[in-house]
Write a protein that binds this ligand. Structure first.
Ligand SMILES: O=C(O)CCC(=O)C(=O)O
Ligand SMILES: [Fe+2]
Length: 169
């Protein structure tokens, strides 16, 4: 990804700092008799650098928003889904987008997923890379401490808001 932006190969890895955060989340979505009324997980972006997702390959449910339309993420057996998170969106000055996604429920089948969240060391600050900021493309986001970002991102998420928008300059 760094290569695509003409950054040093290790640019994003170096940003992780000495104590990057990694944690695993297992989500269980029971069958839901009224899927049209209940989300498994409401629309959000991930506050991570990246999220690596292992989903049950016998059932879909993950959807991504593009140009106002919800698309099913295809289920491919033995394949991990990698979701770009807000931290990459900030560091890439908005070039890589952290997609809005959600999980819908299913009336007949339960679903399980395992998400691995990777985040920059919470004590570090992140901001758009200086190499990606110029007169034509000024910095889109303010500098933010990762610890503060993570805390507030989830707070905003529970209110259905996108915290990254509040960092826009
Ligand atoms: O369960 C899934 O497929 C997605 C979960 C997700 O988006 C999340 O945990 O942030
Ligand atoms: Fe997510």
């Amino acid at each position: 990804m760094a290569n695509l932006l003409d950054l040093d190969d290790n640019y994003f890895v170096d940003q992780l700092g000495e104590k990057p955060l990694t944690h695993a989340r297992c989500s269980y979505y029971p069958e839901c008799p009224r899927p049209e009324l209940v989300f498994g997980l409401k629309p959000h972006t991930d506050g991570t650098v990246v999220t690596v997702l292992m989903v049950d390959d016998t059932i879909g449910g993950l959807q991504v928003l593009r140009d106002g339309v919800w698309w099913d993420v295809p289920v491919v057996p033995h394949t991990l889904v990698v979701i770009i998170g807000d931290q990459i969106q900030i560091m890439s000055n908005g070039i890589f987008k952290s997609p809005v996604h959600r999980v819908v429920t299913n009336a007949k089948k339960e679903r399980i997923s395992v998400a691995l969240d990777y985040s920059v060391d919470p004590m570090r600050e992140i901001e758009p890379s200086a190499h990606l900021v110029n007169e034509k493309r000024p910095a889109l986001y303010r500098k933010v401490k990762v610890k503060d970002y993570i805390a507030v991102h989830y707070n905003h998420f529970s209110h259905g808001e996108m915290f990254i928008d509040s960092l826009k300059i």
